[in-house]
Design a binder for this molecule. Structure first.
Ligand SMILES: [Zn+2]
Length: 218
Protein backbone atom coordinates (compact mmCIF):
# COMPACT_ATOMS: atom_id res chain seq x y z
CA UNK A 1 0.00 0.00 0.00
CA UNK A 2 1.26 3.42 -0.96
CA UNK A 3 1.62 5.84 1.98
CA UNK A 4 0.07 9.23 1.16
CA UNK A 5 1.99 11.70 3.26
CA UNK A 6 0.26 14.68 1.62
CA UNK A 7 -3.02 13.68 3.29
CA UNK A 8 -1.44 13.90 6.74
CA UNK A 9 1.16 16.66 6.42
CA UNK A 10 0.65 19.64 4.11
CA UNK A 11 4.17 20.92 4.87
CA UNK A 12 6.20 17.84 3.99
CA UNK A 13 7.99 19.05 0.86
CA UNK A 14 10.55 16.28 0.35
CA UNK A 15 10.90 12.56 1.09
CA UNK A 16 13.48 9.89 0.39
CA UNK A 17 11.72 6.64 -0.49
CA UNK A 18 11.68 3.63 -2.82
CA UNK A 19 10.34 3.11 -6.33
CA UNK A 20 7.72 0.32 -5.96
CA UNK A 21 6.45 0.29 -9.55
CA UNK A 22 7.63 1.77 -12.85
CA UNK A 23 6.89 1.57 -16.56
CA UNK A 24 6.05 3.58 -19.66
CA UNK A 25 2.84 4.38 -21.54
CA UNK A 26 1.02 7.10 -23.44
CA UNK A 27 2.26 9.74 -21.01
CA UNK A 28 5.89 8.57 -21.30
CA UNK A 29 7.74 7.15 -18.31
CA UNK A 30 6.00 6.77 -14.97
CA UNK A 31 6.83 5.50 -11.50
CA UNK A 32 5.07 4.85 -8.19
CA UNK A 33 6.78 5.74 -4.92
CA UNK A 34 6.24 3.97 -1.58
CA UNK A 35 5.83 7.31 0.21
CA UNK A 36 3.92 9.91 -1.78
CA UNK A 37 3.94 13.67 -1.10
CA UNK A 38 2.29 14.71 -4.41
CA UNK A 39 -1.37 15.79 -4.50
CA UNK A 40 -2.88 14.72 -7.85
CA UNK A 41 -5.37 17.11 -9.47
CA UNK A 42 -8.87 16.58 -8.12
CA UNK A 43 -11.68 18.14 -6.09
CA UNK A 44 -11.01 21.47 -7.83
CA UNK A 45 -7.41 21.60 -6.62
CA UNK A 46 -4.50 21.53 -9.13
CA UNK A 47 -1.67 18.99 -9.04
CA UNK A 48 1.53 19.58 -7.16
CA UNK A 49 4.59 19.96 -9.35
CA UNK A 50 7.97 18.64 -8.32
CA UNK A 51 10.92 16.36 -8.99
CA UNK A 52 12.24 12.85 -8.44
CA UNK A 53 16.05 12.90 -8.12
CA UNK A 54 15.88 16.35 -9.76
CA UNK A 55 13.94 15.12 -12.81
CA UNK A 56 10.63 16.96 -13.31
CA UNK A 57 7.65 14.88 -12.11
CA UNK A 58 3.85 15.31 -12.25
CA UNK A 59 1.32 13.20 -10.37
CA UNK A 60 -1.72 11.44 -11.79
CA UNK A 61 -4.25 9.04 -10.29
CA UNK A 62 -4.37 5.47 -11.55
CA UNK A 63 -8.03 5.11 -12.55
CA UNK A 64 -8.10 1.33 -13.09
CA UNK A 65 -7.47 0.44 -9.43
CA UNK A 66 -9.84 0.62 -6.45
CA UNK A 67 -6.91 1.48 -4.24
CA UNK A 68 -5.82 5.13 -4.13
CA UNK A 69 -2.58 5.04 -6.14
CA UNK A 70 -0.73 8.15 -7.32
CA UNK A 71 1.80 7.71 -10.11
CA UNK A 72 4.34 10.27 -11.25
CA UNK A 73 5.03 10.93 -14.91
CA UNK A 74 8.70 11.59 -15.48
CA UNK A 75 11.11 12.37 -18.31
CA UNK A 76 13.35 9.35 -17.77
CA UNK A 77 12.92 5.73 -16.66
CA UNK A 78 13.42 4.61 -13.04
CA UNK A 79 14.08 1.09 -11.74
CA UNK A 80 11.86 -0.70 -9.20
CA UNK A 81 13.70 -0.89 -5.88
CA UNK A 82 15.75 2.30 -6.42
CA UNK A 83 15.95 4.72 -3.53
CA UNK A 84 15.09 8.23 -4.73
CA UNK A 85 14.42 11.66 -3.27
CA UNK A 86 11.20 13.34 -4.33
CA UNK A 87 10.36 16.99 -3.77
CA UNK A 88 7.39 19.27 -4.44
CA UNK A 89 7.33 23.02 -5.06
CA UNK A 90 6.69 24.46 -1.55
CA UNK A 91 5.26 27.75 -2.84
CA UNK A 92 2.69 26.02 -5.06
CA UNK A 93 1.75 23.65 -2.19
CA UNK A 94 1.23 26.54 0.27
CA UNK A 95 -0.77 28.54 -2.27
CA UNK A 96 -2.99 25.57 -3.17
CA UNK A 97 -3.58 24.69 0.50
CA UNK A 98 -4.54 28.29 1.31
CA UNK A 99 -6.93 28.58 -1.64
CA UNK A 100 -8.47 25.19 -0.96
CA UNK A 101 -8.99 25.77 2.79
CA UNK A 102 -10.43 29.23 2.20
CA UNK A 103 -12.83 27.62 -0.29
CA UNK A 104 -14.26 25.50 2.55
CA UNK A 105 -14.74 28.63 4.66
CA UNK A 106 -16.43 30.71 1.94
CA UNK A 107 -18.54 27.68 1.04
CA UNK A 108 -19.61 27.24 4.67
CA UNK A 109 -20.70 30.83 5.15
CA UNK A 110 -22.61 30.96 1.84
CA UNK A 111 -24.33 27.69 2.75
CA UNK A 112 -25.33 29.21 6.11
CA UNK A 113 -27.32 31.73 4.05
CA UNK A 114 -29.33 28.88 2.51
CA UNK A 115 -27.54 28.18 -0.79
CA UNK A 116 -26.65 24.69 -1.96
CA UNK A 117 -23.09 23.86 -3.06
CA UNK A 118 -22.61 22.89 -6.72
CA UNK A 119 -18.90 22.87 -7.50
CA UNK A 120 -15.55 24.29 -6.34
CA UNK A 121 -12.55 25.62 -8.25
CA UNK A 122 -9.41 26.29 -6.19
CA UNK A 123 -7.04 27.17 -9.03
CA UNK A 124 -4.88 30.26 -8.45
CA UNK A 125 -6.45 33.31 -10.13
CA UNK A 126 -9.75 31.48 -10.75
CA UNK A 127 -10.82 30.37 -7.27
CA UNK A 128 -14.59 30.36 -6.90
CA UNK A 129 -17.43 28.32 -5.45
CA UNK A 130 -20.71 27.83 -7.30
CA UNK A 131 -24.12 27.36 -5.64
CA UNK A 132 -27.72 26.80 -6.61
CA UNK A 133 -29.22 30.25 -6.26
CA UNK A 134 -32.56 28.69 -5.19
CA UNK A 135 -36.17 29.72 -5.62
CA UNK A 136 -36.23 32.95 -3.64
CA UNK A 137 -35.68 35.25 -6.63
CA UNK A 138 -32.42 37.09 -7.26
CA UNK A 139 -30.38 37.30 -4.05
CA UNK A 140 -29.14 40.66 -2.73
CA UNK A 141 -25.56 40.18 -3.91
CA UNK A 142 -24.12 43.20 -2.15
CA UNK A 143 -25.56 42.13 1.20
CA UNK A 144 -24.45 38.54 0.62
CA UNK A 145 -20.89 39.60 -0.27
CA UNK A 146 -20.61 41.86 2.77
CA UNK A 147 -21.84 39.12 5.14
CA UNK A 148 -19.65 36.35 3.74
CA UNK A 149 -16.58 38.58 3.59
CA UNK A 150 -17.01 39.77 7.16
CA UNK A 151 -17.62 36.28 8.57
CA UNK A 152 -14.64 34.85 6.68
CA UNK A 153 -12.36 37.65 7.91
CA UNK A 154 -13.52 37.04 11.48
CA UNK A 155 -12.88 33.29 11.17
CA UNK A 156 -9.36 33.98 9.87
CA UNK A 157 -8.71 36.47 12.66
CA UNK A 158 -9.96 33.94 15.23
CA UNK A 159 -7.44 31.41 13.81
CA UNK A 160 -10.07 28.67 13.73
CA UNK A 161 -8.65 25.13 13.60
CA UNK A 162 -8.87 22.90 10.53
CA UNK A 163 -9.09 19.19 11.37
CA UNK A 164 -9.34 15.83 9.63
CA UNK A 165 -11.36 12.81 10.75
CA UNK A 166 -12.56 9.65 9.03
CA UNK A 167 -15.98 8.14 8.31
CA UNK A 168 -15.24 4.58 7.24
CA UNK A 169 -12.63 5.01 4.50
CA UNK A 170 -13.77 8.55 3.71
CA UNK A 171 -11.59 11.42 4.85
CA UNK A 172 -13.58 14.24 6.41
CA UNK A 173 -12.29 17.80 6.71
CA UNK A 174 -13.84 20.21 9.18
CA UNK A 175 -13.32 23.78 10.32
CA UNK A 176 -14.18 24.68 13.93
CA UNK A 177 -17.70 26.08 14.05
CA UNK A 178 -18.39 25.33 10.39
CA UNK A 179 -19.41 22.29 8.36
CA UNK A 180 -17.54 19.01 7.79
CA UNK A 181 -17.11 17.71 4.23
CA UNK A 182 -15.51 14.68 2.58
CA UNK A 183 -12.30 15.95 0.97
CA UNK A 184 -9.00 14.65 -0.45
CA UNK A 185 -7.19 17.99 -0.78
CA UNK A 186 -4.42 19.71 1.17
CA UNK A 187 -5.28 22.24 3.89
CA UNK A 188 -3.66 24.66 6.30
CA UNK A 189 -3.82 23.59 9.98
CA UNK A 190 -5.62 26.73 11.15
CA UNK A 191 -7.10 29.78 9.45
CA UNK A 192 -4.43 32.10 10.88
CA UNK A 193 -2.25 30.74 8.02
CA UNK A 194 -4.39 32.70 5.55
CA UNK A 195 -3.69 36.28 4.52
CA UNK A 196 -4.85 38.76 1.89
CA UNK A 197 -8.40 37.37 1.73
CA UNK A 198 -11.12 39.17 -0.20
CA UNK A 199 -14.06 38.29 -2.41
CA UNK A 200 -13.17 39.26 -5.99
CA UNK A 201 -16.60 38.71 -7.56
CA UNK A 202 -20.12 37.69 -6.59
CA UNK A 203 -22.48 37.00 -9.50
CA UNK A 204 -25.83 35.34 -10.03
CA UNK A 205 -26.96 34.13 -13.42
CA UNK A 206 -29.35 31.44 -14.64
CA UNK A 207 -30.02 30.18 -11.11
CA UNK A 208 -26.29 29.81 -10.33
CA UNK A 209 -24.52 31.91 -7.70
CA UNK A 210 -20.74 32.25 -8.27
CA UNK A 211 -18.54 33.53 -5.46
CA UNK A 212 -14.92 34.22 -6.41
CA UNK A 213 -12.16 34.96 -3.88
CA UNK A 214 -8.45 35.55 -3.48
CA UNK A 215 -6.21 34.49 -0.58
CA UNK A 216 -2.54 33.71 0.05
CA UNK A 217 -0.59 31.64 2.56
CA UNK A 218 1.28 33.69 5.17
ZN1 LIG B 1 -10.68 20.31 1.34
Amino acid sequence: MQRHIYLKDTYRFTVTTRVVDAGSGELGYWLTLQDNIFHPQGGGQPSDVGTVDETAARPFKVPETDEHVVRLSCERPFTIGDEVTSAIDPEARRRHAALHTCGHVVDGFVRQLGFRHRVSNHFPGQARIEFDAGEGGKPDLQQLAATVEERTRQAIEADRKVYATAQGDRRIIGIDGLQEDPCGGTHVSSLGQLTGFSLRSVKSKGGVLKVGYVVEHV
